[in-house]
Design a binder for this molecule. Structure first.
Ligand code: SF4
Length: 356
């Protein structure tokens, strides 16, 4: 299989081959392409395609994310089979010439040389980086990781360099790597924004269920690892009332860290895809959710700046207070608050703290 884009050349046959997928192709127009095509009539089924990329040159991405400061992230895959409709990483697929919709969920790029490149990166940059995060552009424990073991091998590299790591995942596959994680300074966050599969499925199309994620959290905690819950995203009017129950359940399953984030949408294509899926899956609640989110962003769904990522209304402030109240009541560990950026809003965006 050969696929050429302006960034990468993918020319090795995928180990996992091509698997049929029973859903239709659906991608908003890619703003980075001059032309886009639409199907006349019913589009074909989207098929899972796995591309191996052996030409990755760097594995550490640096991003500055006020008020958190600089983050260094590692992603062994591009695209994500978990297919969360709210995922902000969808736009990174457009940089490859793919779509942010079903392409993001079904065209998965595997960086087969990730561990070797990460080792070379750390040799060069070890002095400047004090921790790495496994997440951001994909889930580090996609089902493909069971075969490729790239995240596992990258964790081994981090162990060799005594590099602290944070992992954010929705998958129980992380329990496979307990042995390596125990040899590192590590924290594993499970992203669990919804308490039940019924509430999860409209937004998280192919993720492991919340119950499975909580079970994996307990397995890691029982093994002596530090674990946390990411209640992210908060979709006001849909899951903010679930914050206390999610924190309680996380505590029962050994979590000592927690944070929340308001949903954030930062491109036209993600907005189009998110809204389309929302109307399709929750037709009776869609308008209410969209209107509330627009109030948080001053009339649009998209935030314009990082400072805008926090909500503006009393409803968001109430969600934050609810989180803080139960965070303290349940004895979650207070993490060091980063310095707020210049021009930050008076009430700091809560609430993602440092991951260590
Ligand atoms: S699991 Fe994470 S990376 Fe994957 S689609 Fe969901 S939010 Fe995006």
């Amino acid at each position: 299989m050969e696929q050429t884009t302006n960034k990468i050349i993918l020319n090795k046959p995928a180990r996992s081959g091509i698997v049929s997928f029973v859903k239709q192709v659906l991608n908003p127009p890619n703003p980075y392409l001059k032309y886009s095509a639409e199907f006349l009539g019913e589009p074909p089924a989207a098929r899972l395609e796995v591309y191996e990329e052996a030409t990755t040159r760097s594995m550490i991405s640096k991003s500055t994310l006020p008020p958190l400061g600089v983050r260094y992230t590692v992603n062994c895959y591009r695209g994500c089979i978990h297919a969360c409709t709210y995922c902000f990483a969808r736009r990174y697929h457009e940089f490859l010439g793919y779509g942010a919709g079903t392409d993001f969920e079904t065209k998965i790029v595997v960086k087969t040389n990730a561990p070797e490149v990460l080792r070379a990166d750390l040799k060069k940059t070890k002095e400047k980086i004090n921790h790495l995060e496994f997440s951001f552009a994909t889930d580090p424990y996609l089902p493909l990781e069971a075969n490729y073991e790239l995240t596992r091998r990258c964790l081994t590299v981090c162990r060799d360099f005594r590099m602290p790591v944070a992992v954010i995942t929705k998958s129980p596959l992380v329990t496979r790597d307990i042995d390596i994680l125990k040899q590192l300074k590590s924290t594993v966050f499970f992203s669990i924004p919804f308490p039940t599969v019924e509430k999860s499925r409209p937004f998280e199309l192919h993720t492991p269920t919340p119950a499975v994620r909580f079970r994996a959290m307990k397995t890691l905690s029982d093994a002596g690892l530090r674990v946390g819950i990411a209640i992210a995203p908060i979709i006001l009017g849909y899951n903010d009332a679930d914050i206390p129950a999610l924190l309680e359940r996380a505590r029962e399953n050994g979590a000592t860290k927690a944070f929340i984030n308001l949903i954030h949408i930062d491109s036209d294509s993600i907005e189009e895809y998110f809204v389309g899926r929302l109307r399709e899956r929750l037709p009776l609640q869609a308008d209410k959710i969209i209107n509330q989110q627009k109030r948080e962003r001053g009339g649009t769904l998209r935030h314009q700046t990082f400072a805008d990522r926090a909500g503006r209304t009393e409803k968001w402030q109430t969600a934050v207070k609810l989180f803080e109240l139960h965070f303290r009541r349940l004895g979650f560990e207070r993490f060091e608050k980063p310095e707020p950026p210049e021009n930050a809003p008076e009430t700091p965006a809560p609430v993602q703290g440092k991951l260590f």
